[in-house]
Design a protein around this ligand. Structure first.
Ligand SMILES: *[C@@H]1O[C@H](CO)[C@@H](O)[C@H](O)[C@H]1NC(C)=O
Ligand SMILES: *[C@@H]1O[C@H](CO)[C@@H](O)[C@H](O)[C@H]1NC(C)=O
Ligand SMILES: *[C@@H]1O[C@H](CO)[C@@H](O)[C@H](O)[C@H]1NC(C)=O
Ligand SMILES: *[C@@H]1O[C@H](CO)[C@@H](O)[C@H](O)[C@H]1NC(C)=O
Ligand SMILES: *[C@@H]1O[C@H](CO)[C@@H](O)[C@H](O)[C@H]1NC(C)=O
Ligand SMILES: *[C@@H]1O[C@H](CO)[C@@H](O)[C@H](O)[C@H]1NC(C)=O
Ligand SMILES: *[C@@H]1O[C@H](CO)[C@@H](O)[C@H](O)[C@H]1NC(C)=O
Ligand SMILES: *[C@@H]1O[C@H](CO)[C@@H](O)[C@H](O)[C@H]1NC(C)=O
Ligand SMILES: *[C@@H]1O[C@H](CO)[C@@H](O)[C@H](O)[C@H]1NC(C)=O
Ligand SMILES: *[C@@H]1O[C@H](CO)[C@@H](O)[C@H](O)[C@H]1NC(C)=O
Length: 403
């Protein structure tokens, strides 16, 4: 019995299993042609490229009724690509970072549609990794930065790069450091000129080497500048025209101008959520403008997948207009006018009541008036002299009123 962990730890086991599955399915399907012989895989071009070669199936030559050709399936990571050839070799410079697997079978499509079982060869992903998250940014014509995260401390980490037609790999000339640790390389040169790259899928190959423990390790990577395009964001200008805002910017000036789509987004001081504008193929667009609001607009360029892959960040926020104090919009009027009327009415009523008291002083009800006949003398003594205090006058005025 084999534990699942033990099993998944050994990629080789999986490979053998894959091979057997492929073999079983092939033989049960046809298996009428003998397979290509002596399939071999060779590293070339400073180990960045591969040459796969084989011999024709046993007992077959092209003089009989089978025009033999070969179907080669290349599996890089999760991507599978099938090509056919009549030759006895196949040359490629694929990305080697997650392993490559080839399977080749012979086919004849003349007369019977016979085919052979597949034969396979491959290269495994490296068991030891010096770095992870290898990532390149092609940000300007003739300039690309590649960065990584270090795994284990590797004192002598070196990067060299190579592209097709270059006689030998170049060592990195300008490393990027983060807190003293080598975390990237700045690449520049004519080979990255965007007019050189605009119509071909040229890849740059990388070899990172370093010592860990007693062994020297090499990790290989491959990146296509056109699939990692990220120039600085465009600069946005805003002009006001009639009832719209005209948005203008420049294309990133990298690779073909037709390869860029533009997106803009905006918000106003009223709605704080970004609203997306339409995708634009040109370097300008229009936005309906309401003078009442302040607008905040951003634009970004998107490299279409027709040409490659990539985008800029959003541009800096550009503002237009000043927020205006709120208008007397109908619903505000409907609410505030009655409220104002009610307040005015209440104030009027209070005033009227006070005025009436002034103009028509309240006539005391005779029934309520208690005439203090008996106490008249005490209230109004013959010689009434008010006490000598500050409030005496008030008292005098007050008492008759209370009567
Ligand atoms: C296949 O390889 C074997 C051993 O290397 C060799 O003897 C044989 O001639 C090869 N066959 C062909 C068709 O190349
Ligand atoms: C190749 O074809 C010729 C002519 O048909 C035949 O004589 C010869 O035996 C064939 N060779 C092999 C290896 O099958
Ligand atoms: C295909 O087969 C026919 C006869 O069946 C033959 O005349 C022709 O040359 C063959 N084509 C090739 C490419 O072998
Ligand atoms: C790229 O090549 C073109 C044509 O040779 C040249 O005019 C241009 O200056 C180069 N670009 C850069 C950034 O050097
Ligand atoms: C790339 O590296 C160079 C050199 O350190 C640096 O000046 C430049 O800002 C970097 N560009 C990007 C987009 O990271
Ligand atoms: C890092 O180093 C440790 C100890 O030397 C080792 O066990 C581990 O496998 C290394 N990790 C990688 C990713 O190489
Ligand atoms: C394209 O790259 C090659 C070197 O790889 C260089 O010699 C050539 O000048 C470049 N072309 C342009 C237009 O920059
Ligand atoms: C790239 O474009 C040039 C001319 O601009 C042309 O000569 C060359 O064949 C093209 N290369 C590819 C791979 O399409
Ligand atoms: C997007 O385009 C449609 C149709 O052209 C237009 O009706 C709509 O107003 C546009 N949206 C924005 C935010 O400009
Ligand atoms: C930007 O481009 C990529 C393809 O390069 C595409 O998948 C994505 O949907 C685009 N984004 C927008 C908002 O159109």
């Amino acid at each position: 019995m084999m534990g699942r962990e033990t099993f998944s730890m050994h990629r080789e086991w999986l490979l053998i299993l894959n091979f057997w599955i492929a073999f079983a399915s092939e033989t049960s399907k046809t298996g009428m042609l003998p397979p290509p012989r002596n399939l071999s895989l060779e590293r070339r071009n400073h180990n960045f490229c591969l040459r796969l070669s084989w011999s024709s199936p046993e007992g077959l030559n092209n003089s009989n009724k089978c025009a033999v050709h070969y179907e080669v399936v290349e599996k890089v990571g999760q991507n599978e690509e099938t090509q056919t050839t009549e030759r006895l070799f196949f040359e490629r410079c694929p990305s080697l970072e997650s392993g490559v697997m080839y399977s080749v079978k012979a086919k004849c499509n003349n007369g019977s549609h016979m085919e052979s079982k597949s034969v396979t060869q491959g290269i495994l992903a490296p068991k030891e990794e010096l770095i992870r998250n290898f990532d390149c940014i092609y940000y300007a014509s003739e300039a690309m930065n590649c960065t990584w995260k270090t795994m284990n401390e590797t004192e002598d980490l070196q990067l060299s790069y190579w592209y097709e037609d270059q006689p030998a790999p170049e060592p990195c000339k300008l490393y990027l450091f983060e807190q003293g640790v080598k975390m990237g390389c700045h690449l520049s040169g004519k080979f990255l000129n965007h007019s050189n790259l605009s119509n071909l899928s040229s890849a740059v190959h990388f070899d990172l080497s370093g010592t860990q423990g007693t062994s020297t390790l090499n990790n290989y990577f491959q990146r296509m500048p056109r699939d990692n395009v990220r120039p600085p964001p465009p600069q946005l200008d805003i002009f006001h025209e009639y009832n719209s805002l005209n948005l203008k910017w420049k294309d990133p000036g990298l690779l073909n101008a037709d390869c860029w789509d533009y997106l803009y987004r905006f918000k106003t001081n009223e709605f704080q959520d970004w609203k997306m504008g339409n995708v634009s193929k040109t370097t300008n667009d229009k936005l309906v403008y309401d003078v009442q609001y302040q607008y905040v607009v951003q634009v970004k360029a998107n490299f279409t997948n027709r040409c490659g892959c990539g985008a800029t960040d959003w541009s800096l926020e550009k503002r237009y207009g000043q927020p205006k104090p709120p208008n007397w919009s109908p619903h505000v009027v409907v609410i505030t006018i009655p409220v104002l009327f009610t307040i005015a009415a209440i104030i009027c009523l209070i005033f009227i009541k006070k005025l009436r008291k002034l103009i028509l002083p309240e006539i005391p009800n005779p029934r309520i008036i208690k005439i203090p006949w008996k106490s008249e003398k005490t209230m109004f003594p013959d010689h009434f002299i008010p006490p000598e205090d500050d409030y005496s006058k008030v008292k005098i005025l007050k008492e008759p009123l209370q009567l």
